[in-house]
Design a protein around this ligand. Structure first.
Ligand SMILES: CC(C)(COP(=O)(O)OP(=O)(O)OC[C@H]1O[C@@H](n2cnc3c(N)ncnc32)[C@H](O)[C@@H]1OP(=O)(O)O)[C@@H](O)C(=O)NCCC(=O)NCCS
Length: 191
């Protein structure tokens, strides 16, 4: 019997799935301090990440991990938030979507960069199992730089997760208790 012939690789350009979502920040999005809830922004980021990943994959996608979410500046009611997403990297079934979030004061036109975050998404087939995504056609030096950056990020994250797992497994309270000296905590139990 003959081996099945592998399907030829399909490549899709970064520009094919580049997506921008823009939304006006209304009063019901605000927290008790009058600023926009972080959860509202996270939900918008998840939406744009989905749209961008699904466009590239041509399939339904799920969110697996979220990295780099730091809300550096508060977003105010009345500001126009734009979330710009593009596929930075693809693996076999996973994609890394980079999202830049900006908020514009519609009256003054002042624009601030609130954060850049990275969503790892996985494409799923009809059987609900991870399915292969098209390769990425890098159309510019910037696309290539982002792909390389994503590779480095993936490697650093895997290394850091391995190291932290080892630290957690071997963490001995008595041996490490001196590290609490100078920290803002008190022992409320006898060791
Ligand atoms: C994501 C999910 C499909 C992974 O399933 P799995 O059986 O572990 O699949 P695999 O081991 O084949 O991994 C699939 C891909 O996900 C990637 N992946 C899995 N866990 C990951 C993690 N923690 N971080 C980054 N990538 C991860 C793998 O590297 C692989 O990528 P590749 O094919 O490009 O190499 C599965 O865990 C799932 O469905 N999770 C729920 C997702 C969801 O519902 N999200 C909505 C929020 S509630």
């Amino acid at each position: 019997m003959h081996e099945p012939i592998p399907e030829p690789d399909i490549f899709r350009a970064v520009s094919h799935s580049r997506t921008t979502l823009t939304e006006l920040m209304i009063p019901s999005y605000a927290n008790f301090g009058g600023k926009i809830h972080g959860g509202i922004l996270l939900s918008l980021m998840d939406k744009v990440a989905y749209a961008c990943a699904a466009k590239h994959a041509g399939n339904y996608c799920v969110t697996v991990t979220v990295d780099g979410v730091n809300f550096l500046q508060p977003v105010e009611v009345g500001e126009l938030v734009s979330l710009m997403a593009s596929v930075n990297y693809v693996g076999h079934t996973s994609l890394l979507v980079g999202i830049k979030v900006i908020a514009e004061n519609v009256k003054s036109g002042f624009v601030k960069h609130t954060n850049t975050s990275y969503f790892t998404m996985v494409a799923k087939g009809e059987d609900d199992k991870p399915t292969k995504v098209p390769g990425l056609l890098l159309e510019s030096a910037e696309d290539a730089r982002r792909f390389l950056e994503a590779l480095q990020r993936k490697e650093i994250k895997a290394r850091s997760e391995r190291e932290f797992k080892e630290i957690k497994t071997n963490l001995e309270l008595r041996q490490n208790i001196s590290a609490l000296v100078g920290q803002r905590c008190q022992l409320g139990f006898a060791l």
